[in-house]
Structure formats: structure tokens, C-alpha cells
Ligand binder design. Structure first.
Ligand code: NAD
Ligand code: UDP
Length: 349
């Protein structure tokens, strides 16, 4: 049977790429998104890539009745939801410092409302978008899943709190399965160049800043510090191609819906296991795109850690997932998206 997967936050950057992987693997995704950071064109682009119509319900995860009717709609036509893929969240670290209540409300309260609706609908399996940011300052590297959890900002705390809620829920009910995917730094875009990252307003992350500077939407990229204890002094992160990440979700759902997943709660790192510095990423991007990216070194960004990368062995052993695509390919695909869509998605097409 083709499983129906309710994809909360499915219209966003990681969600759209995951829709493509789900459809191409034979799952039937149903998007549930309030479009607070996305729009319908992204879904239409997924339809263009896959040739499959994607059902999209506009709703907020804090709205219990909207969720109830979404689950009911699927059940009524004989395609009950097997699993919820929960990507819906606010995700800007800086903004979470200035608007913590909005972050706890959207990300934590929203998840509680979603979990209650799942209980009413009899859906016991959830795959949750967590983040490497739950680890905070590394005690050692690479990060393994048993590393201490100690986020350094409200956004990270929303992820850590939801993980704890899921852990407690699984302990209370052996029928519930929850898989947390701790993403490292997703960048790049689908190889078609039709979908990609489209931050509203100022980007917060490095890669969209690089591509925006390359298309001339920003004059100069700031490198936040070159005095870290890293080979070239700039910050090191584990960049992972968004298409690899998308495949990781499919593997997690395969696993959660199989009899292999005995244990209720599990968390997995999704990263490549390799670190790349800011300067190395700029260099790779310039090489692959042939476009120079003007940059200057400024002071460190408050709250930044020097380096972070994953040990992805657990996801490899248990889920059978490994990142396959190189940093060069991330740069090529990310550039292909940005140059074809210099202003991001249009409102309509
Ligand atoms: P995104 O903003 O592009 O996608 C999130 C989607 O959720 C958007 O379409 C938004 O409209 C929707 N949404 C937000 N709040 C909602 C609500 N209350 N109800 C319904 N829909 C809602 O972000 P993304 O980069 O695709 O991230 C997806 C998930 O992965 C998020 O949970 C994010 O915290 C997590 N994550 C992202 C990164 C990253 O670097 N992009 C890293 C680690 C974890
Ligand atoms: N960074 C930078 N300039 C920017 C944005 C980010 O130098 O405009 C650096 C940042 O200090 C970090 C790396 O790029 O070392 C990745 O930052 P990002 O915000 O993308 O990811 P995170 O820090 O959340 O892992």
C-alpha cells in the first residue's frame, strides 16, 4: 500500500526537497503548511519535477481543528496518514533571541497541538526535524548522538524541548515511534534548479548569503571572524546537500514504518562527517560558479561556535543512510537555483 505522510512544513526549503524524494520512492505526501515562510509556487515546482499532483492543506499546526480535518480528510478517502513528518518551525537563531515567546509558541506549543491531534487520529509515528544546534558548544568532535544537549539560544531550546517531549511520550506509550533527525548545515538545491532555499528578508545562514552576493543582491559577504582555532581561522561546519538530507527523511520513514524499529524514540545525526571552513566554502563556490564573491572579515558573530561536524555512523548503520554529494556539487546546484531564480520564487507563475 502507498503510505500517506502528512508533511507539516512541507512547502519550505527542506520540505520541498523531501516531497520529491518521498514521491519518487512511492510515498503519498500531503502537505500541511501555513505558508508563513513559503508559498504555493514551491509546491507547483515539486509537481513540475515529479509530474505528480501534490495535495496541499493550508493550515497552522497550532490549529487543532485544522489538523483534525486534515487527518479526517485522508482517512475519509481511504488513505489514512501512516506517519507525520514534522518540519514546521520558525528557524532564525537571531530572531529567536529577540522573540523567544513566538519561537516557543510556534515550535513547542505547535508540536504539542500536533501530537494531540495525532493521538486523536490514531497516528503513532512521527519524524521530527531537529538540529545539530541542540548540542551547543562541543565537548568533543565529531558530535555523536549521546553528546550532551546544551543549546545556546531559544531556537535550539525549542528543538531540545520537543526532543524531550517525544522521548517522554514514547516512554509513556510503547505504540508511539518518534525519530529525531539532527540536521547539520543543509545547503544546495535540487539538480533541476526549480526548487531551492528562498529566505524572506535578510538571510541568516552563510550559503544563501554567498549566492545572494554572487547575484548582486548583497554587495559584500561578511566573514564572521578569522581568529577561530581552525586551520584557516574561519568557522567550520558540516555542510550537507539538501537532496541527501531529503533521502535521509525517506530512510527514516522506511525505518519507522518497518518492524526493525523496535525502540520508541531515536535520534540521528544527518551530516557528512566532514568539516568545511567559511573560506573553503567561498572558494568552492567561486570555482564552481565562476563568479567572484566579494567578502571581508568582520568580528565574530555573537553566540557562534568555532567548529562543528557530525559523526553520521548511527544513521548509516541503522537507517542505511549516507550523504553522497560533495561540497562542489552543493555549490553547483545551489548556484543553478539562485541564478535561475535570482529573486527567489515568484508569488505566482
Ligand atoms: P523553512 O522555513 O523553509 O520551512 C519551514 C516551513 O514550515 C515553512 O514552509 C513554513 O511556512 C512552515 N511553518 C512554520 N510554522 C508553521 C506553523 N505554525 N504551521 C504550519 N506551517 C508552519 O525551513 P527549512 O529550512 O525547510 O527547515 C525545516 C525544518 O528543519 C525546521 O523545523 C527547521 O527548524 C529545521 N532545521 C533547518 C535547518 C536549516 O539550516 N535549514 C537546520 C536544522 C534544522
Ligand atoms: N557566517 C559568516 N558570514 C555570514 C553567515 C555565516 O561568516 O554571513 C559563518 C558563521 O560564523 C559560521 C558559518 O558561516 O562559522 C555557518 O554559519 P550558518 O549561520 O550558516 O550556520 P550555523 O552557524 O547555524 O551552523
Amino acid at each position: 500500500m502507498e503510505h500517506s505522510i502528512l508533511v507539516a512544513g512541507g512547502a519550505g526549503y527542506i520540505g520541498t526537497h523531501t516531497l520529491v524524494s518521498l514521491i519518487q520512492t512511492g510515498y503519498r505526501p500531503v502537505v500541511f503548511d501555513n505558508f508563513s515562510n513559503s508559498g504555493i509556487v514551491a509546491i507547483e515546482r515539486v509537481e513540475k519535477i515529479t509530474g505528480v499532483a501534490v495535495e496541499c492543506i493550508v493550515g497552522d499546526i497550532r490549529d487543532a481543528s485544522a489538523l483534525d480535518s486534515a487527518f479526517q480528510q485522508c482517512a475519509d478517502r481511504g488513505q489514512p496518514v501512516s506517519c507525520v513528518l514534522h518540519l514546521a518551525a520558525l528557524k532564525a537563531v537571531g530572531e529567536s533571541n529577540s522573540m523567544p515567546l513566538a519561537y516557543y509558541d510556534n515550535n513547542v506549543t505547535g508540536t504539542l497541538v500536533l501530537l494531540e491531534a495525532m493521538r486523536r487520529a490514531g497516528v503513532g509515528t512521527i519524524v521530527f526535524s531537529s538540529s545539530a544546534t541542540v548540542y551547543g558548544e562541543p565537548e568533543f568532535l565529531p558530535f555523536v548522538e549521546t553528546h550532551r544537549i546544551a543549546p545556546t539560544n531559544p531556537y535550539g531550546w525549542t528543538k531540545a524541548m520537543v526532543e524531550q517531549i517525544l522521548r517522554d511520550l514514547c516512554a509513556s506509550d510503547p505504540a508511539i515511534k518518534a525519530i529525531c533527525l539532527r540536521y547539520f548545515n543543509p545547503i544546495g538545491a535540487h539538480e533541476s534548479g526549480l526548487i531551492g532555499e528562498d529566505p524572506r528578508g535578510e538571510p541568516n545562514n552563510l550559503f544563501p548569503y554567498i549566492t545572494r552576493t554572487a547575484v548582486g543582491r548583497s554587495a559584500c559577504l561578511r566573514i564572521f571572524g578569522d581568529d577561530y582555532d581552525t586551520p584557516d581561522g574561519t568557522g567550520v561546519r558540516d555542510y550537507v546537500h539538501v537532496a541527501d538530507l531529503a533521502d535521509g527523511h525517506v530512510k527514516a520513514i522506511d525505518y519507522a514504518l518497518s518492524s526493525r524499529s523496535g525502540q520508541g524514540f531515536a535520534a540521528f545525526n544527518l551530516g557528512t562527517g566532514r568539516g568545511t571552513s567559511v573560506k573553503e566554502l567561498i572558494g568552492a563556490f567561486e570555482r564552481e560558479s565562476g563568479v567572484p564573491v566579494p567578502h571581508q572579515v568582520t568580528s565574530r558573530r555573537a553566540g557562534d561556535i568555532g567548529e562543528a561536524w557530525a559523526d553520521p555512523a548511527l544513521a548509516n548503520q541503522v537507517l542505511g543512510w549516507a550523504a553522497r554529494r560533495s561540497v562542489d556539487q552543493m555549490c553547483r546546484d545551489g548556484w543553478n537555483w539562485q541564478k535561475n531564480n535570482p529573486d527567489g520564487y515568484p508569488e505566482k507563475e
